[in-house]
Design a protein around this ligand. Sequence first.
Ligand code: ZN
Length: 351
Amino acid sequence: MPHDPSRRLSRHFFIPPYILDALTRAADEAIRWAAIESVIASAAMRARRATLATLPIMAAIPSVDRPKERRIYDMKNGTVPLPGKLVAGEGVKKPLQPGAVREAFENLGLTYDFYKTVFGRNSLDDEGQTLIASVHYGKSYNNAFWNGEQMVFGDGDGEIFTRFTRSLDVVGHELSHGVVSQTCNLEYFGQPGALNEHLADVFGVLTEQWSIGQAAAEASWLVGAEIIGPKTKIKAIRTFKGEKAFENDPLFGTDPQPKRMKDFYNGADDDGGVHINSGIPNHAFFRAAVALGGKAWETVGPVWYEALAALDRKSDFKDAARTTGEIAGRLYGPKSREAAAVKAGWKGVGL
Ligand SMILES: [Zn+2]
């Protein structure tokens, strides 16, 4: 039978999603748990999200006040159907053992807390969207992804990569794609795509730096260092610094990211270099953050956060440089050291 993308939406449920949704917020834990289980069993997550905004019961709770909500699911080494079996979430009082479930629960929570505390943003959509993650996806699966609705984590093979749930900047990166998609929604190709990757990296590393109270000068500025397994010697997947994350590695070769416009990658691979050319704006951000000193989420962080709403689908590197320069001028004053540092950061990479 040919795949029909509308099939999932047109399933018929005996218990409608709005009732299940209300039950998942019941005060009684047993009711809540049973309701949550049936939401999974009926695979109604999509329908549930679609109806959230219009539910009478939800209208009583202003979306900005909606509390942090996480759901962690276990795929038990399978790949379909997502999200798997519910194993942890808000209001589920089960002690979590060390491992992927606890790591996902904690790192989703830290990412939520970062956006809420630093920028006053209530989850990815700023309306309290439930953060959903599935762990133990596939066997020794060496990746993690955001499918537009939820996070999915592999365990890694234990040699090249360890569990992807371990890395807060990986979690922060993936969830930040959810923020980007609900703000400027940069298209995922060429320079706009590289800016999309850049913004995910920026808010990923800022989440990590914020969580440990680390100043710009002390930070590693590495992306994905925690997922590197024992069988390889590379430092990380990417670095914001003006160096390579790995060079002449027998397995990984050399980090392809440029840090200057003169080294811009013009090829078609990687959706026109989205994970490659993001090295250029990443390095501009790093230069501005380190020049200013202090904590990056308090200095350049607010500038880049405002840029999320100011950029659009087709923005390129020049637009990002101009926009962040203007925002820094507005937030701190046109002649401020912050505005000067942002402009100098971009100039330092050739923009
Ligand atoms: Zn990404």
